[in-house]
Ligand binder design. Structure first.
Ligand code: SAJ
Length: 396
């Protein structure tokens, strides 16, 4: 059996390496030449625990090889990005281009799998695209959608152990795809159709977004009501059927803050709570900025000098170094652009381009306002010297 994986990013590369480690030949395809070269040297271009060793091993043993264009194979997996454009509409152009590049190589009996997060109906759309160019393949190849649901930082483990939903464009495709994933997945494989599988992925992340929005809304209400939101949530969660999540600086990362738009853009009339959750979580970040600004202005009025603000944490969630789509990074950038005096503390990153990255305790001592934006394990409110203004948005 030979596999092609198109897109060697956060999902494609670990998937390629895992499959190759089971003794299956994988040809990985990426449009960036640097990525191809790096992988062929047994190295990696992304940060993910355990990935380097695995890639080194499978490249050396010859089971994984990278290239710039697809080759004939039995299974084609599409794992390219589906970004959201300014207007919140998903951009399917990478999936479309990837699909087009495999069309000349397709043969009877091939299996095509889309893993990229996609709006409902994408798999059927790509099937049409293929048949438009290769009408003789009608009913002669299999096609399925199978979303990944791995957590960055635990990708290798979760790829192998998480349960998966697998939806074909017809029953035979579903069964064929399940048979394929059985080669390397230990979790349960649940059969469904392509449209449902597409929606499953979007709904998982939207569900989390809606629940975080509820917590964020509670934090804003509690602030106005003079209630400690953390105590409020702790006590409400003593109810056996209540489980409120944690409020924070907003929702970051490339999944939870993005995927809900795939539903909203297509079902704009119906998706009301999903849209509202997005708006609340984005607003929460603006609210945090306002809180810090107000504290700074009050300080200046009372002390007749501008305060130094310490933004504690820039990553999009605790104990990682990933700052993409990070709400706390946005807070720091926004304060800096507005002319406030700012230092930052991001213990998971050595050097930062735009900011002075201070050690935790130096920031506690030098800054006048300490704003906790991410709950990194290095942070402890009790270590802040007295007399400082502490704004804790994440309950460190
Ligand atoms: N957050 C809160 N309060 C909470 C929990 C999270 O404010 O109570 C914030 C975090 O600080 C962060 C954001 O939400 O900014 C998202 O973090 P996360 O850890 O919940 O999720 P991600 O983005 O790292 O990964 C998610 C996962 N999806 C779900 O948990 C439903 C992962 O399984 C998916 O594979 C991934 O999105 C994806 O690729 O879709």
């Amino acid at each position: 059996m030979k596999i092609n994986i198109l897109g060697l990013g956060y999902i494609g590369l670990p998937t390629a390496a895992l499959i190759a480690s089971k003794g299956i030949y994988v040809h990985g395809v990426d449009v960036v030449q640097d990525v191809v070269d790096t992988i062929n040297q047994g190295k990696i271009h992304i940060v993910e625990p355990d990935l380097l060793g695995l890639v080194k091993h499978v490249v050396k043993s010859g089971y994984l090889k990278a290239g710039s264009s697809p080759e004939p194979a039995d299974v084609f997996i599409i794992a390219v990005p589906t970004p959201v454009r300014e207007n919140h509409h998903p951009d399917l152009s990478y999936v479309e281009t990837a699909t087009r590049t495999i069309i000349p190589h397709l043969k009877e009996g091939n299996l095509v799998i889309i893993e990229s997060t996609s709006p409902v109906g994408t798999t059927e759309k790509m099937q049409k695209l293929i048949l438009g160019e290769r009408p003789e393949l009608k009913d002669k190849f299999y096609m399925a959608y199978c979303p990944e649901r791995v957590l960055p930082g635990k990708i290798i483990y979760e790829l192998e152990h998480n349960d998966r939903a697998i939806g074909g464009i017809d029953e035979e495709s579903t069964q064929k795809a399940i048979g394929f994933y059985q080669n390397f997945v230990k979790g349960e494989l649940y059969a469904t159709n392509a449209r449902t599988a597409e929606m499953v992925k979007l709904v998982e992340n939207s569900s989390r977004d809606v629940q975080i929005a509820f917590a964020n809304e509670l934090s804003i209400i509690s602030d106005k009501a003079g209630i400690d939101v953390w105590e409020l949530i702790r006590l409400a969660n003593k109810h056996p059927r209540v489980q409120i999540l944690r409020p924070g600086t907003g929702v970051g990362g490339h999944c939870i803050a993005v995927d809900p738009w795939f539903i909203v853009s297509e079902f704009s009339e119906e998706a009301r709570i999903i849209r509202m959750a997005r708006e609340i979580n984005s607003y929460k970040t603006e609210w945090v900025i306002e809180k810090i600004k107000n504290a700074a202005l009050l300080f200046e009025k009372e002390h007749h000098r501008r305060p130094l603000i310490a933004a504690m944490g820039l990553a999009f969630k605790p104990d990682i170094d990933d700052m993409r789509e990070s709400p706390s990074l946005y807070v720091a950038q926004s304060l800096k652009t507005q002319g406030f005096d700012l230092v930052v503390v991001e213990p998971n990153v050595e050097k930062l381009e735009d900011f002075d990255n201070l050690p935790v305790h130096e920031a506690y001592h030098r800054a006048d306002i300490i704003a906790f934006l991410v709950g990194h394990r290095e942070f402890d409110k009790n270590e802040v010297p007295s007399g400082k203004i502490v704004l804790d948005f994440v309950n460190v």
